[in-house]
Design a protein around this ligand. Structure first.
Ligand code: HEM
Length: 450
């Protein structure tokens, strides 16, 4: 079979949809607020109560994310959306408060620590294989499978061994919050008048409060008991100390950061793996090539951190997946002072967005931008750093990037070593973004043991 032409994508609107349409779109698919010009132009500007700009020019992006970091903090929208859930975490902190939290969390994501977590990732991948075998020849939604798998990993490395933290409850609380309160706050921040109908906030927030209480209790139990023999993320954050003030994290900071790692860490990686599996069904030639690489590198063993070097094509598939379907498809900042970007005036208080989805498919930055070509990542030096931003960049780059990449490579390699995946005809997922870019409708495939 020859590879079909292009994998699924979103048709971006040709015209500014206008205020009311934008509100509807935000509840349905954030990608559809990106105008089609964003695929061709360096900057596109508009106004939805507040002025906004989308920038796709690598030089301007570097200016925002690196050179003028303090003038472009995380946007008011991001903060309003996330602060009820994770108000004291480094994800939305700024200035000196952010810096110390970032320093405190850094050892937990250092290269050696991440490498030591490989067995947990392999074990979760093996458990996924067992579930797939148990499903037999019927089609399964690998999207759901990947959520379970990456949640297993993150739950193990944050609150390891604490059976009192009910995983399903944590998962439901986070999912409910994202689906329900997420939309509400976006509406709030776009300045939607009070009469615009909003989804109820009650049940999602109550569930989240229960989860926070359970997390606090788990933290207190650990404080009383002392660190585990092999320290997990909670132990590392408990031990973290501000080198200047000697201050340690409060229970609220510990809890909000751990919940952040769970939220930011499992859903994003799961969606990346789901899209990668969709692409394996889309391009079966690439799937066969990937499997051959894994079989020769692993010879039937589970993948470890040392194997990653020997899996360059698997890594390239993950890189290319993150270009076509970046889980964090949109970064946003609020300008703190007047500025000029790509010759356009930016006013204090306006929103500056980096539509990572459009950046990865920009006509002037990529050859065959909508095609699935993992080999474009063979020579990483040929990729313009600020044209490829699945993890953001500058000081606020994703702290979990190497964790996520290691996890995605290990899980994809393990699955491909065990199964040949075939897409179910007529069930192509639709790219839909609320907070992360999900394969809406699921990734339905049959898995044949090899
Ligand atoms: C494929 C998986 C992932 C993707 C695509 C992703 C994407 C991103 C992006 C784009 C940002 C920057 C946001 C911005 O600048 O506005 C970010 C930040 C962050 N991510 Fe990730 N992420 C992933 C996995 C993880 C994991 C596994 C963790 C932790 C276990 C994590 C924790 C964080 C945190 C704490 C921040 C905030 C860092 C700061 O502001 O200093 N992420 N992520």
């Amino acid at each position: 079979m020859t590879a079909p032409d292009l994998p699924v994508r979103v048709t971006l609107p040709q015209e500014d949809p206008g205020f009311f349409k934008t509100l509807g779109t935000l509840q349905d698919n954030i990608l559809r607020i990106i105008p089609a010009q964003a695929l061709e132009q360096p900057i596109v500007s508009g106004r939805t109560l507040v002025g906004w700009h989308m920038i796709m020019d690598p030089v301007a992006i570097k200016h925002v994310l690196l050179d003028r970091l303090n003038d472009y903090p995380k946007s008011n929208v991001t903060k309003a959306l996330l602060s009820p859930a994770i108000g004291s975490s480094l994800f939305i902190a700024e200035g000196a408060y952010w810096r110390w939290q970032r320093r405190a969390a850094a050892p937990a994501f250092a290269h050696r620590t991440v490498a030591s977590l490989a067995p947990i990732m392999s074990a979760a991948a093996e458990a996924a294989c067992d579930r797939i075998v148990a499903a037999g020849p019927r089609a399964i939604d690998l999207g759901e499978e990947m959520i379970t798998t990456t949640f297993d990993v993150i739950a193990d490395v944050t609150f390891s061994g604490d059976d009192m933290m009910d995983r399903a409850a944590v998962h439901d609380a986070i999912d409910g919050y994202i689906n329900e309160a997420g939309t509400v706050s976006l509406l709030d921040m776009l300045g939607a008048p009070a009469w615009v109908p909003r989804p109820g906030r009650g049940p999602a927030m109550r569930l989240l409060e229960q989860t926070k209480n359970a997390a606090d209790a788990a933290i207190e139990r650990r404080e009383a008991r002392g660190p585990l023999a092999v320290p997990d993320l909670l132990d590392m954050l408990l031990a973290a100390e501000d080198p200047k003030s000697g201050r340690t994290m409060t229970t609220a900071e510990l809890r909000d950061n751990l919940l952040t790692f769970i939220v930011a860490g499992h859903e994003t990686t799961a969606q990346t793996l789901s899209w990668a599996l969709y692409l394996m069904g889309f391009d079966t030639i690439a799937q066969d090539r990937a499997r051959a690489e894994v079989q020769s590198a692993l010879q039937g063993r589970a993948a470890s951190a040392e194997d990653l070097q020997a899996l360059p094509f698997i890594r390239a598939i993950i890189d290319e997946t993150l270009r076509l379907y970046p889980a964090g498809g949109m970064l946003s900042r609020t300008a703190q002072s007047d500025d000029t970007l790509c010759g356009t005036q930016i006013k204090k208080g306006e929103t500056v967005m980096i539509p990572v989805y459009a950046l990865g498919r920009h006509r002037k930055l990529w050859e065959a931008p909508d095609a699935f070509r993992p080999d474009r990542f063979r020579d990483r030096k040929a990729i313009d750093r600020y044209a490829y931003l699945p993890f953001g960049d500058g000081p606020r780059i994703c702290i979990g990037a190497s964790f996520a990449l290691q996890e995605a490579v290990i899980i994809l390699a393990t699955l491909l070593q065990r199964f040949r995946f075939t897409a179910v005809k007529g069930r192509t997922p639709e790219p839909k973004m609320l907070i992360t870019l999900r394969p809406h409708g699921g990734v339905w495939m049959t898995a044949e043991p090899v």
